[in-house]
Every structure is written in structure tokens, then in C-alpha cells.
Design a protein around this ligand. Structure first.
Ligand SMILES: [Zn+2]
Length: 292
């Protein structure tokens, strides 16, 4: 369950090998015991709590694969991003923020079944630059919006470790499928993160990465351009966003939660189309999109 990274820092291997709808968590055993991310699965959280009893529990953003197990901990131990604090923890309001009104029930049913999201109460909030002092180990909150408005990464300066959370380097690539997600903001965040002195990455969905970090950043950033090209290629004839969703250009298939995944596909396609219109490469004709 625990993979030691340094003397004090451990990767908590999440359910399903940390793949969505779960993630890997990180345990810091110092003067203060801290757990980062509550999306590793409830059985694992229970074991961690029994064995280590964390004093401080932090989640990186309001996606259920990162915060679903937060109800397991008392509010006074729990820290979350200050962005969207009015709604985070109230499932229905999270759904209203992350999808559209017609999909709230589908989102709730998906997120309460597998990652077992429950309502939770947060007692403490952090913003960009907040430094958690656990003893020898310091953890800096690095606001990295674009994926969501409230998305954070965490830097451990003494160990030169970056918890890149959903800048996760998976082969799927960057994910920006909520209404608030934004491609350009996401790219800026990745570049800002890259400027830190990083020797080890802990990715929420891939775990420990200790070599080829620069290449991983390059590959992850390249996906935005690759998707632009795929979208342009598909616009060899006039297409509607529904046509993109049928094609599953980014998702390739919808193996579960189909209504939600179709919505996410449409969101990402729309953001690319908008970007290409702004660059003068695509135009809208009669409600459909085509190369300019
Ligand atoms: Zn996320």
C-alpha cells in the first residue's frame, strides 16, 4: 500500500492503481502527519487512518477522484482550496458547478457509486503560496488552474518533489472538460510548474516519476497541439459539436457514465474549436464548423 519515496514521504497507492475514479495519495510522516488527497479509496483511507492517524488532510481540488473520501475525516483536520469553497463538500452544488443542470443527477449517481463521494465539511482553506510546515518537511501550495479553477499542485522544496496532481502525465493527456476549464490557462500553469527545481514528480494517477521529467512535460504539452490538429483534420467537412461527440475524437469510446463522458467530450472539442476560430483557422457556417 505504501511506497517509500524519502525517509518521511510515502506514496499511498490508490485503488485501481490510482486510475480514475481513484488517485494515489501521499503520506508525510514528520512531526505532523499529513495526508494529501482523499481519493485513494475508502478501504485504503481506513487503513491509513488506523495506522497513522493523520493530523492534517489536504485535497488538491474538488474532483471526486481527489476528494471523495474527505467525509472520512473531521472538518478541523481537513484543508481545501479557497477557490469555490462555497460549494465544495456539498455534492449537488459541486455537480451544478462541474456539469450542466440536465446532467446533475447522472453526475451524482456516477460519483456516489464508484469513488463513493459523500458530502463533507472543510474546516480550513489554503491559497496560492500557502506553506504547510510539518517539521522538516514543508509543502507549498501552487495554484495551477486550467484543469479546474481550484486545481492545486504541491511543492516540497527541501526534497525537490512536485506533487503534480492532475498535471498527471498519463497517456490520455490533459483534461479540461468542465465548463470552467480553460486550455490557455492550463498551458500557463504547466509552464509555471515546470520552472520549479524538480527532481521527483508524484503524479496523482501515475505515481512516482524520477527520470525523464522534462520529456514528460514536453509530451504532455504536445497533446494540446495534437488535439488541435485532430480537430482541424476532422473539419475537412462541416461538422457540429454533436458530430465530434459521435466521433469521440478525444475520448475514443464511452465505456461508462455515457451521458457524462459525452458531455466531457463536447466540452473539450468546443474549447479546441473556439481556440482555432480565434486563430482564424476555423469558421462557423450555418451552425456547423469548418476549416477557414
Ligand atoms: Zn481533476
Amino acid at each position: 500500500m505504501l511506497k517509500q519515496v524519502t525517509k518521511n514521504i510515502f506514496l499511498v497507492e490508490g485503488k485501481s492503481n490510482g486510475r480514475f475514479p481513484f488517485c494515489h495519495s501521499v503520506l508525510i510522516r514528520d512531526r505532523i502527519t499529513a495526508l494529501i488527497e482523499t481519493g485513494c479509496g475508502r478501504d485504503i483511507l481506513k487503513e491509513i487512518d488506523e495506522e497513522f492517524s493523520p493530523d492534517v488532510v489536504i485535497y488538491s481540488h474538488a474532483h471526486p477522484d481527489h476528494c471523495a473520501g474527505s467525509s472520512f475525516f473531521p472538518a478541523e483536520k481537513l484543508w481545501g482550496p479557497e477557490e469555490h469553497k462555497e460549494t465544495t463538500g456539498t455534492m449537488r452544488r459541486m455537480a451544478e458547478r462541474l456539469v450542466i443542470p440536465g446532467l446533475v443527477e447522472d453526475w451524482l449517481s456516477l460519483m456516489t457509486s464508484v469513488p463513493q463521494l459523500e458530502n463533507f465539511k472543510v474546516g480550513n482553506y489554503f491559497g496560492n503560496g500557502h506553506v504547510f510546515d510539518f517539521g522538516k518537511t514543508k509543502l507549498e501550495a501552487v495554484h495551477a488552474p486550467g484543469h479546474t479553477d481550484d486545481h492545486y499542485c504541491f511543492y516540497l522544496p527541501n526534497e525537490k518533489i512536485m506533487l503534480t496532481t492532475d498535471i498527471d502525465f498519463t497517456s490520455f493527456g490533459p483534461w479540461y472538460a468542465n465548463p470552467e476549464s480553460d486550455i490557455d490557462t492550463f498551458i500557463d500553469s504547466i509552464w509555471r510548474l515546470r520552472n520549479y527545481d524538480i527532481e521527483t514528480v508524484l503524479s496523482s494517477h501515475l505515481g512516482v516519476i524520477d527520470n525523464g521529467i522534462e520529456e514528460k512535460f514536453d509530451q504532455f504539452l504536445a497533446v494540446f497541439e495534437e488535439r488541435d490538429e485532430k480537430v482541424l483534420e476532422f473539419l475537412n467537412a462541416p461538422r457540429s459539436i454533436e458530430d465530434f461527440v459521435e466521433e469521440a475524437l478525444i475520448y475514443h469510446s464511452y465505456p461508462y457514465g455515457e451521458s457524462i463522458l459525452r458531455f466531457f467530450e463536447a466540452q473539450m472539442d468546443e474549447k479546441h474549436v473556439k481556440r482555432l476560430i480565434e486563430r482564424g483557422l476555423v469558421k462557423e457556417v450555418g451552425g456547423k464548423f469548418v476549416r477557414a
